[in-house]
Design a protein. Structure first.
Length: 120
């Protein structure tokens, strides 16, 4: 998917299995890069909150879609950093995006909880 998105943006990218290569930089997108842990954390928070079943179901599906989209943006930005600003890749990968992604998880849950509370 990353190579396809980069191709749409006009960037020459090549994918082979879980590896995506761009301009002399290649990255392997491993299982823990697929946002499953963040989606699990978000879903656990949604299901632990006292809200109606329908709100929990909708919140889980919508939140998972948002987190999946943010993860795709994370992967694409990390590939771009690796290809065009290599010194920033490690810091962005290990620190910046970890913090930003957890902030997005918290923001998604807070937005959902405030909405669910308003209609409960």
């Amino acid at each position: 998917m990353a190579a396809w998105c980069l191709g749409i943006a006009g960037v020459a990218a090549h994918a082979s299995g879980a590896t995506v290569a761009v301009s002399g930089f290649a990255v392997e997108i491993k299982n823990n890069c697929n946002a499953i842990y963040e989606i699990g954390l978000y879903a656990a928070a949604v299901w632990a909150y006292p809200a109606p079943l329908r709100d929990r179901l909708v919140g889980t599906v919508v939140g998972a879609a948002v987190l999946y989209a943010v993860n795709a943006l994370r992967i694409l930005s990390l590939i771009a950093l690796g290809a065009y600003a290599r010194p920033w890749f490690e810091a962005a990968h290990l620190y910046a995006w970890q913090l930003l992604f957890l902030a997005v998880v918290a923001a998604c849950w807070l937005g959902w909880a405030l909405r669910a509370r308003r209609f409960a």
